[in-house]
Structures are given as structure tokens and as C-alpha cells.
Design a protein around this ligand. Structure first.
Ligand code: DHB
Length: 399
């Protein structure tokens, strides 16, 4: 084994330097707690991977109030509603009217860039592009958990800490250390084909549409670049899709008697996004805590993934501060239940939005008419629209 070339002692070792890991490191710094952030990916890899673009009200508040990002308010766009479109007709869900809240269009890559800048400004210890990270001795009786890894030059390092946080995403190495653990899964028989296109905006707000050929989502990035998705088979290969074929699918799914059409332009990025629901419990094992995708994944409909990770981190920063700074060791015991209460709400919301709007390959004519019946009930009901608006803008955290 290569000898250890450096050994760092810190209070919290955070495995994963995406938005969840960086936000936690930032909140701990504000509370006077030191951390080291480790990630296998490089800064550029994370900053250029397209992810979802919608922030709930409390995610925006957290970024702004903690001093992590002002840009979300200046460069982000407030959205006061969405359009649900089915049977070729649009129905606006007015978030301000029903719940007095908005969400913000601000891509996850920008959230990452802002958080990274905040940690760099505050001299945070961030180590990207590492390999072979291993987490040791996190069990309840452990007094000193450690993370070992190789730096980009291949030298071996060690970080010892009071606590380790696994914010290492859907391919987490940390989640497997939780013993015993229960995992809940749901697979879906479809995926999303995601594109970035160079075209003017087609509508002022996001459009979630159930077309005869399946679901599509019309989102935005800037005045000149738009983000769009359509339901596809999980085995689709993006290379098989010409621009013309992509536009035909998108136009077909939004088409209706009102003659609505999308503004077209060159496709500058295309990929197939997997769909699944996953939860692992508990989210804590001894001195190890999990946050974000390491513990749960939602299907993308409704953009809950990043918001849920930030909600985990808000609770986690608080319980870590009580444990590390105030000696309240029992605070960690509350983490799993507090985090999972919101996780299961978001699991249901994402599942509901998904199954209400997508065409299931096995669905019968009865299923399709029932689905249209559900959508018609929703948009005709103040209670229904309020329910959607509450979930979409994010349930207020009363904890
Ligand atoms: C976006 C992605 C989503 O999954 C969603 O529900 C809304 C917006 C986006 O990438 O813009």
C-alpha cells in the first residue's frame, strides 16, 4: 500500500462536492465548523453536466440568506406558475394565487458554481479530481472515522474527522456502509430525452404536456437557449436522433387546436435521462450521515432532486452544529426521521406528476381516459391546483 503523504484533521469530512456537499460545507463554515470536501470528479466535469433548473422557494432562501448566492435573484428568473397542457389545451397553475409562493429558474450548474465560489472565497478545503476514496471506521463505537484517497498525482492522503457525510450522489460509496439498511425502489418503463436548443423562448413559463405520443416538458435557460425533454424508451441512443426528428417529436407533443408551436433552432446537446425512485433508510449510521442522491433519487418530473438535497443539508447542518458545537449527541438521532418526512412527500409528488403525465407502455384505453379525467379534475379544482402549487414550490419547512 502507498504510504500516506498527508493526514488532515477536520471536524466533518464531506464525500461529494456537488451542490449538497458544498452547501453543507458552507453552512458549517457559517456556524464555525471546519470541513474538508472530496470529490472524484473535477470542477469542470460538474460545472458542465446539465441537470434540472428549478429551485423551490426555500432553496432560494437558503442560497440567499446564507450568503452563498445573490446571483440566483439577479440572473435567475422567478416563475409564478406553470402550464399543464393536455388534450391540446393549456391550463395555468398560478402559484402566487394559490400558495403565495414562486419558484426560480436557475440551473443546478449555476448553483454549483456559486457554492464553489463561496467556499473558495472563504478559503474552504475542497479537493476535486481525487480517486479511490474509502471511508473507514464510521460505526457507532468508532471514535475517529477516516477517509483515505489518492490525489490526481497518485499520492495517498488521509482525512480524519468527527463525522463523515456521504453527499456522493446516486452512485454513492457511502450508502453501502449503512448497516442494517432498507432500500425502496421503483423503476419506470420510460426515460427522458433531454435537449438544449439554440432558439428563442417559446412561452413565458414552463409547459408540462401530456400529448397523445407521450410527455414533453418545455423549459428554458436563457433568452437564446432552451431546455426541453420528451418521454422516450430507455434504450434510445441520442446519436440516432437528428434535429428534425427531435423537433417533430416535440412539436407533436405540444400540438393542439390553439395552433401552439415551439420556436425551433439547432440542438446543441442531447442525452437520455434515466428514471427511478429510490430511498435508503436510515440516513445515519454511527458517525456517517447521508444527504441528497446518496440516500434517495426521484424521477425528474417536478425537479425535486436538488431541492430535496438542499432540504436534507439544511437539517443536517443544524444537527451537526448541535452535536459538534453544543455537545448534544442525541441531535444526530433525529436526522433520519426529519429528513425522510420530506423525502417521502417529494417521492410521492414526483411519482404523481410522472404517472399523471406520461404514457405507460402497458396502458389500456381505460387507463388513458382515467388519466385525462385526473388532469381535468385537477385543473377544474381550486383544491387540486393548490395541492400542485404547494408541492411544486416546496412545502414550507416548519421544523
Ligand atoms: C427542468 C427539469 C425538470 O425536471 C423540471 O421538472 C422542470 C425544469 C429543467 O431542467 O429546466
Amino acid at each position: 500500500m502507498t504510504t500516506v503523504t498527508s493526514s488532515t484533521r477536520t471536524q466533518v469530512a464531506i464525500v461529494g462536492g456537488g451542490p449538497a456537499g458544498l452547501m453543507l460545507s458552507h453552512l458549517l463554515h457559517v456556524a464555525g465548523i471546519e470541513s474538508v470536501v472530496l470529490d472524484h470528479r473535477t470542477y469542470d466535469e460538474i460545472a458542465t453536466t446539465h441537470r434540472a433548473g428549478i429551485l423551490e422557494r426555500d432553496s432560494v432562501r437558503l442560497l440567499v440568506d446564507s450568503g452563498a448566492s445573490d446571483r440566483v435573484l439577479t440572473d435567475g428568473h422567478e416563475h409564478q406558475g406553470i402550464d399543464l397542457r393536455f388534450g391540446g389545451e393549456s391550463h395555468r397553475i398560478d402559484f402566487q394565487k394559490y400558495v403565495g409562493a414562486s419558484c426560480w429558474l436557475y440551473p443546478q450548474t449555476e448553483v454549483f458554481i456559486d457554492l464553489h465560489a463561496a467556499r473558495t472565497r472563504d478559503a474552504g478545503d475542497l479537493r476535486y479530481g481525487i480517486s479511490g476514496a474509502e471511508v473507514h471506521e464510521v460505526g457507532a463505537s468508532s471514535t475517529g472515522p477516516r477517509v483515505t484517497y489518492l490525489d490526481p498525482e497518485g499520492a495517498r492522503h488521509e482525512v480524519t474527522a468527527e463525522l463523515v457525510v456521504g453527499a456522493d450522489g446516486s452512485r454513492s460509496i457511502c450508502r453501502d456502509l449503512v448497516e442494517p439498511r432498507t432500500q425502496y425502489f421503483r423503476e419506470y418503463p420510460f426515460a427522458w430525452f433531454g435537449v438544449l436548443v439554440e432558439a428563442p423562448t417559446s412561452a413565458p413559463e414552463l409547459i408540462y404536456t401530456r400529448g397523445e405520443q407521450g410527455f414533453a416538458l418545455i423549459s428554458q435557460r436563457t433568452a437564446d437557449v432552451q431546455r426541453m425533454y420528451f418521454q422516450c424508451d430507455p434504450s434510445e441512443n441520442p446519436a440516432d436522433w437528428s434535429d428534425d426528428r427531435i423537433w417533430e417529436q416535440l412539436q407533436g407533443r405540444v400540438a393542439g387546436p390553439d395552433g401552439f408551436r415551439l420556436n425551433e433552432g439547432p440542438v446543441i446537446d442531447k442525452s437520455v435521462l434515466p428514471f427511478r425512485s429510490f430511498v435508503q433508510t436510515p440516513m445515519r449510521h454511527g458517525r456517517l450521515l447521508l444527504a441528497g442522491d446518496a440516500a434517495h433519487t426521484v424521477p425528474p418530473t417536478g425537479a425535486k432532486g436538488l431541492n430535496l438535497a438542499l432540504a436534507d443539508v439544511r437539517v443536517l447542518a443544524e444537527v451537526i452544529e448541535r452535536t459538534v458545537s453544543k455537545g448534544e449527541a442525541e441531535a444526530l438521532d433525529t436526522y433520519t426521521d426529519r429528513a425522510l418526512a420530506r423525502v417521502w412527500k417529494a417521492q410521492h409528488f414526483s411519482y404523481w406528476m410522472t404517472t399523471m403525465l406520461h404514457q405507460l407502455p402497458e396502458s389500456t384505453p381505460f387507463d388513458e381516459r382515467r388519466q385525462l379525467g385526473e388532469l381535468a379534475t385537477l385543473v377544474a379544482s381550486e383544491a387540486g391546483k393548490t395541492y400542485l402549487a404547494e408541492g411544486y414550490t416546496g412545502w414550507p419547512d416548519r421544523g
